[in-house]
Design a protein around this ligand. Structure first.
Ligand SMILES: [Zn+2]
Length: 418
């Protein structure tokens, strides 16, 4: 048992006991209720928050950051795809390790990944101690032979995943309606439903995606098209969900779809920024946050994502209350957990102990203002001093084991791109 002693939880000092992978008891400090711990960590001057759940990323793309800047999405994607053709399993393994290092340092303990060579991404994340939701990516480019190959590979990976006994989960990914045939969207959706898997797909990331979809599918938007195929449901994770009509929002709400806002990527690629947060929530959708890959958002920092999401929402709505802080925190944590069916994203007894310890002994937290405001709007993620995932420390006092080896491995595989 681990005891986080005298740690601030929502403004009050508590003793937080962790047993195995779960939060066992939370008691007002200094009570212990007779419990004894194998390890007591003095957390005086520190606060605890839930580990972040990054609901949409392409982790190994950290190795592509800063490449292809200042391009619109389609040109950017063409260049990224040319580079991806040079990647192999080792590239993904070391890229994901590096991504996990960055995620841990910024307080993320679960991530929903959509990238290649999934078993290697899984191995990397499991070794780092955080929870990957990885996926088999369907992207057939309307080529029946490629579709058949991906179907076979997907079934193979699913069968292998049944033997996984660690924190990793397998999801189904369909890249988007503009890269995947109708037949494969239907197949992936049926396969996901039959096997209780989440279905992760990019939806209405750009206006152009909508225009092209309406042309190709009798006037239907991507959301309407997916609905017409019977794909939408509470197991669907719709990344971006940015260019939505009232009817799209009604459908996403009705089917309890999980919509992931990725503002840093959207704003930087000039895809748009008018995410309709309030309408989605009121319609019944579950809104979560993601960073997208670091090739577009340049980092995997959820605190930064929260700040940018809030600023854009307040600005374009002309309303400072457009996305209140406690709802923003939920979008970065427990909403993602709900979307993935995980008991994490909350600091409560019985939940999985995925936690960040925030150091309050710095200028950001001196004022008597709101802790969340100071954390999201003022501080940077280096105030996160330690991170616990599934009840185990994955970072202590800013040290993540194996950092030097990861940097060496990443440098080595980067030679593949030249
Ligand atoms: Zn993406």
């Amino acid at each position: 048992m681990i005891l986080l002693q005298n740690i601030q939880l929502e403004g009050r000092p508590v003793n937080l006991f962790i047993q195995g992978e779960r939060i066992h008891r939370i008691l007002p400090f200094p009570e212990t209720d007779g419990l004894s711990a194998d390890e007591t960590v003095d957390c005086t001057g520190k606060a605890v928050i839930p580990g972040f759940v990054n609901m949409h990323t392409h982790a190994a793309m950290v190795l592509l950051r800063g490449i292809n800047e200042d391009l619109p999405l389609r040109q950017w994607l063409d260049r990224i795809w040319a580079l991806e053709a040079k990647m192999d399993k080792q590239f993904i393994y070391w890229g994901t390790k590096l991504a996990c290092l960055e995620m841990i340092r910024s307080g993320t303990t679960t991530f929903n990944d959509q990238y290649w060579f999934a078993p290697y991404a899984r191995r990397a994340a499991v070794e780092m101690g955080i929870r990957p939701y990885i996926s088999f990516v369907i992207l057939d480019r309307f080529d029946p032979a490629l579709a058949e190959h991906q179907r076979r590979k997907c079934i193979e990976l699913y069968e292998k995943s049944l033997e996984w006994k660690d924190a990793a989960h397998l999801a189904m990914s369909v890249h988007s309606v503009y890269t995947v045939s109708e037949e494969m969207i239907r197949w992936a959706s049926d396969f996901a439903l039959d096997h209780g898997m989440k279905l992760h797909i990019h939806v209405s990331e750009t206006d152009k995606e909508n225009i092209d979809c309406r042309k190709a599918h009798g006037g239907l938007s991507p959301t309407e098209y997916l609905d017409s195929l019977g794909v939408l449901g509470p197991h669907v994770v719709a990344a971006h969900s940015l260019w939505l009509s009232d009817h799209d929002i009604e459908l996403l709400g009705k089917h309890r779809v999980n919509c992931v806002h990725n503002i840093n990527s959207n704003a930087k690629l000039a895809s748009g920024y008018r995410f309709r947060y309030r309408e989605l929530v009121e319609a019944g959708a579950n809104v979560c946050l993601g960073t997208d890959g670091a090739s577009s958002s340049n980092n995997l920092d959820m605190l930064e994502t929260m700040k940018t999401s809030a600023l854009f929402q307040k600005a374009w709505r002309d309303d400072p209350s457009a996305w209140p802080l406690h709802e923003m925190m939920d979008a970065a944590t427990v909403n993602g957990a709900r979307a993935l069916g995980l008991e994490t994203g909350e600091v409560r007894e019985g939940a999985i102990a995925d936690l960040s310890i925030v150091d309050l002994n710095n200028s950001w937290f001196l004022s008597p203002g709101s802790f969340l405001a100071n954390l999201v709007y003022a501080a940077h993620s280096d105030v996160i001093s330690s991170v616990i995932a599934s009840g185990r420390f994955v970072m202590r006092d800013r040290v993540v084991p194996g950092e030097e080896e990861i940097l060496r491995g990443a440098k080595e595989v980067l030679k593949q791109l030249s």
